[in-house]
Design a protein around this ligand. Structure first.
Ligand code: ACO
Ligand code: ZN
Length: 156
C-alpha cells in the first residue's frame, strides 16, 4: 500500500473539486464542500500518493425524525482518480469513514445513493457490507435511478 489517508484541509479544496469533476457528474459548490468540512471535519478524508491527493470521501451524520436516537452516516461523495483505481484506496477511505461514524458519532447505520448502472461502486459497497435497501426512480438529473444502499453497523 503506497498511499496514505489524512483529514481534508481547506487547501485541498481545488484538488478535491478537480477529482470530483473528473470522476462524477454530481458536482458541488465550493461552499458545499467547505460547509460539510466545517460540520464534520473528521468525515472528510483524502488519500495521497507521492504527496498528491488522488481520492476523497465526504460524509455527514443525519438524525431521523421517527427514531430520534438513531444516527445515520451518509456518504455524500467518494471518488478516486482513474489511474489510481483498484489499489484499495476507496476501500480504505470508506472503512476509515465508517469506523469514525460509529466510534465518534455513535452512528448505527450508514447509507448512500448510487447510480443503478455504477457496478464498480456497487461492488465496493457490497464488499464492505452495504445492501441495496431501496430504489429511487429518476434520482439523478439525467433521469437515472438510484439504489439506496445501507450498512447496519450496530443493531438498534
Ligand atoms: N469493476 C468491478 N468491481 C470493481 C471495480 C470495477 N471497475 N472497481 C472497484 N471494484 C470493486 C472490486 O470488488 C474491488 O475489489 P478488488 O479490486 O479486490 O476486486 C473493490 O470494489 C474495492 O476497490 P478499490 O480499489 O478499493 O476501489 P477504487 O479505489 O478503485 O475506487 C470507486 C472505487 C470510488 C468506485 C472508483 O471507481 C471511482 O472513483 N469511480 C467514479 C466515481 C464514483 O462512481 N463514485 C461513487 C459514486 S456513489 C457515491 O459517491 C455515494
Ligand atoms: Zn446522498
Amino acid at each position: 500500500m503506497d498511499f496514505k489517508l489524512r483529514d481534508f484541509r481547506p487547501e485541498d479544496l481545488e484538488r478535491v473539486i478537480f477529482i470530483n469533476r473528473a470522476c462524477l457528474p454530481e458536482n458541488y459548490s465550493r461552499g458545499f464542500f467547505l460547509s460539510l468540512h466545517k460540520s464534520y471535519p473528521d468525515l472528510f478524508l483524502v488519500a495521497e500518493r507521492d504527496g498528491e491527493v488522488v481520492g476523497y470521501i465526504m460524509c455527514r451524520i443525519e438524525g431521523t425524525i421517527w427514531r430520534p436516537r438513531l444516527k445515520r452516516g451518509h456518504v455524500i461523495s467518494i471518488a478516486v482518480l482513474p489511474e489510481h483505481r483498484r489499489k484499495g484506496i476507496a476501500t480504505a477511505l470508506l472503512k476509515e469513514a465508517l469506523s469514525r461514524m460509529a466510534e465518534r458519532y455513535g452512528a448505527s447505520e450508514c447509507y448512500l445513493e448510487v447510480r443503478v448502472s455504477n457496478t464498480p461502486a456497487i461492488r465496493l459497497y457490497e464488499k464492505l457490507g452495504f445492501k441495496k435497501t431501496d430504489v429511487v426512480p429518476r434520482y439523478y438529473l439525467d433521469g437515472e435511478d438510484a439504489y439506496i444502499m445501507t450498512k447496519v453497523m450496530a443493531p438498534q
